[in-house]
Design a protein around this ligand. Structure first.
Ligand code: UD1
Length: 332
């Protein structure tokens, strides 16, 4: 019996795969390398010292994906695969809806056909839209502000409906806050194509000299220093959350959503400051206009995950900055 990991060579997927392998799980990865590289497979094997099956498959290719279900006994699925750039999703909504939604529908059709009824889905705090208050709890109202976020929310709804139609399903929706950091080995981490959209990869590229200066998007928010506040979580803590979610999926039927965050918020300037201090580097920055669509403050109430999954984020900001920089120095 195997766990199928879609998007298992991506940033969060690869870290999760390592945790799964180290916990003795038998896994099968499918990925189309749309935002990762084939060398990830060897790196994962090297770090974990374990082997696994890999298929280069796009979820939209039903025939090839079905072959994976035929050749393996898939017991459960952790579903990461999807396009994830907010700005790009506004430019290419059809591609985003088609890829993320249709890909998930094909996966679900096959799961039903092959009697696999446990799924852990990679959702996002983006489904809370512009929250009225913080910390954010799972029962807050849901809404989205861009096509990427809409695909996450729609998939959550699709999964709820699948459960309503078949009560043997167990569905865990993991709503990630802001994953940063990298594996201790320094071999895998976040390496986005092109100019990064997210804060941590941008800081790293400035520190290494690939980009000249960080644009801090606004310093007139109602926050500690005027810059945006987010709940940054170490990607390895996040990965461990998936193991706990898988365990939960095996024990229950139904649909549950969990916030995976630390419960603590840091501003952009606090992140820059921590990164500089802990790594002994300089990150040049300038204040620019706000980025459209950004909110002032976003952080989780992670109590539900603590109580029901037995999971808490353990790593502090300094370690996140240190690990991210080690990966950058080795790879970028
Ligand atoms: C973004 C997405 C979110 C997605 C998440 C995935 C938007 C509006 N939101 O979250 O939907 O789930 O990435 O990781 O894009 N910042 C700068 N300069 C930069 C980059 C970021 O000042 O060059 C600031 C932002 O204004 C924000 C903070 O850093 O206050 C974090 O930004 P980012 O890393 O892009 O994450 P989110 O916007 O929280």
């Amino acid at each position: 019996m195997s766990v199928l990991v879609t998007g298992g060579t991506g940033y969060i997927g690869s870290h999760t795969v390592i945790e799964l392998l180290e916990a003795g799980e038998d896994i099968v990865i499918v990925d189309n390398f749309s935002n990762s590289k084939p060398e990830m497979i060897d790196k994962i094997k090297e770090i974990s010292g374990k082997d696994f099956k890999f298929y280069e498959v796009d979820l939209l290719d039903k025939e090839k994906l079905e072959n994976v279900f035929k050749e393996n006994k898939i017991e459960s699925v952790i579903h990461f695969a999807g396009l994830k750039a907010v700005g790009e999703s506004v430019q290419k909504p059809i591609e985003y809806y088609h890829n993320n939604i249709t890909g998930t529908l094909i996966l679900l059709e096959l799961m039903k056909k092959y009697n696999c009824k446990k799924i852990v889905f990679s959702s996002s705090a983006t489904v809370y839209g512009t929250p009225k208050t913080v910390p954010i709890k799972e029962d807050f109202p849901l809404s989205t502000t861009n096509p990427y976020g809409s695909t996450k929310l729609m998939i959550e709804q699709i999964l709820r409906d699948v459960y309503i139609s078949d009560k043997e399903f167990s569905v865990i929706l993991l709503r990630y806050f802001n994953p940063i950091g990298a594996h201790k080995s320094g071999k895998i981490g976040e390496d986005p194509n092109g100019i990064p959209n997210n804060l941590m990869p941008y800081i790293n590229q400035v520190a290494i000299g690939k980009l000249e200066c960080l644009n801090v998007f606004g310093n007139d928010y109602d926050t500690i220093d005027g810059t945006g506040v987010r709940d940054y979580i170490h990607v390895v803590d996040l990965a461990k959350g998936h193991l706990k979610a898988l365990k939960k999926a095996r024990e229950m039927t139904g649909v549950e959503a969990y916030n995976l965050g630390t419960g603590k918020g840091y501003s952009v300037l606090q992140i820059v400051d921590a990164f500089q201090k802990v790594n002994g580097v300089t990150v040049k920055y300038r204040i620019t206009d706000r980025r459209p669509g950004d909110i002032a403050t976003c952080f989780a109430d992670p109590t539900k995950a603590k109580v029901e999954l037995g999971w808490v984020a353990e790593k502090e900001l300094d370690e996140m900055c240190e690990d991210a920089w080690r990966f950058t120095k080795n790879n970028i």
